[in-house]
Design a protein around this ligand. Structure first.
Ligand code: NDP
Length: 305
């Protein structure tokens, strides 16, 4: 079998197109422009790239983008004061604090200071609780993107066996909750799971969110299963040659060994070009949803869980 490649890049472009249509309608019919505030503390290079790309895409769909860059040694009280101002700002519908934060800042405290209705990352404890109890919440962007791709590919997920590898608060656990919400039979695997290959082999849906390059080989995959590869890992690629400074060039790979998994699976997301682009598209979708909720308007269909 050769798997269908689930094109996250193309799907994300479609989602962003739908978001842009909703934004245009909100402007035209209600005089509202959704606004997303992104807070970056420090100069982590990867975070800077993410923040730049989030700002660019926010503007592209017609929303307002507000960037707040703070020094790495910013005091916790100063960051909390900024969040308080953003919570009160009626032009800001979504607030995202880019993680990780510098070590001296308490991430839980900071995230839980965000108004849950503006918490477009879905990490606030209230949103975690709402998702866990099957209530309307802000859903974390990466798992939401995975769910959208799975629904698009399968239609109904009801009764399917799903294995999520990884139990982080930002990917694994909310992913499992969403799959459960769609009536899958869900197993969450992690570093202490016994006989992981055997656990994965029974899955109709495998979501890998581990952070270990190419850890899942094709012979763990049940023929015809759908593989969603969340992992983003940079590995050395000597075949691409060397950089000017003599270091070996690198390439991105997922948590699944793409070639061997694609030979067995029914469908698979590539890395790059799979889950990654969907994450930002879902952030934009969550911001539109937050804007609609804040103004008592109907939410856009198909852009929430
Ligand atoms: P974490 O490091 O927070 O969690 C990793 C999980 O994998 C843990 O639950 C850990 O288990 C489990 N794990 C580690 N080793 C093994 C193993 N040998 N066998 C089974 N399970 C194992 O990572 P994240 O959830 O934050 O991210 C996971 C990956 O997804 C990373 O590559 C990250 O870069 C990527 N990512 C991609 C995004 C995107 O937009 N595409 C967004 C967010 C993340 P235990 O709990 O027992 O330690």
């Amino acid at each position: 079998m050769t798997a269908k490649i689930i094109d996250g890049k193309a799907f994300a472009a479609t989602v962003r197109g739908e978001v842009a249509e909703h934004v245009a309608r909100l402007k035209e019919e209600h005089g509202l422009t959704p606004g997303l505030a992104v807070v970056l503390v420090g100069e982590d290079p990867a975070s800077q790239v993410y923040v730049r790309s989030k700002g660019k895409m926010t503007a592209e769909v017609g929303m307002n983008s507000y960037e707040h860059r703070l020094d790495a040694d910013t005091a916790e009280a100063e960051l909390l004061a900024l969040i308080k101002r953003l919570n009160a700002d009626r032009d800001v519908h979504g607030i995202l604090v880019q993680l990780p934060l510098p070590k001296h800042l308490d991430e839980d405290l900071v995230i839980n200071a965000i108004d849950p209705e503006k918490d477009v990352d879905g990490f606030h404890i209230s949103n975690v609780g709402l998702l866990g109890t099957g209530q309307k919440s802000m859903v974390p962007c990466t798992p939401l993107g995975c769910l959208m791709m799975l629904r698009d590919h399968h239609g109904s997920l009801s009764g399917m066996d799903a294995v999520v590898i990884g139990r982080s608060n930002i990917v694994g656990k909310p992913m499992a909750q969403l799959l459960l919400g769609d009536s899958c039979t869900v197993t969450i695997a992690h570093s202490r799971t016994k006989d992981l290959p055997q656990v994965v082999r029974r899955a109709d849906i495998v979501v890998a969110a581990v952070g270990r390059p190419e850890m899942v080989p094709g012979d763990w995959i049940k023929p015809g299963a759908t593989v969603i590869d969340v992992g983003i890992n940079r590995i050395g690629a000597p075949e691409k040659g060397t950089n000017e400074d003599g270091s070996v060039k690198t390439r991105l790979v997922g948590d699944c060994h793409f070639e061997s998994c694609a030979a067995v699976a029914g469908a698979i997301t590539p890395v790059p070009g799979g889950v990654g682009p969907m994450t930002i598209a879902c952030l934009l979708a969550n911001t539109v949803t937050a804007c609609c909720r804040a103004n008592g308007l109907p939410e856009p269909e198909g852009l929430t869980a």
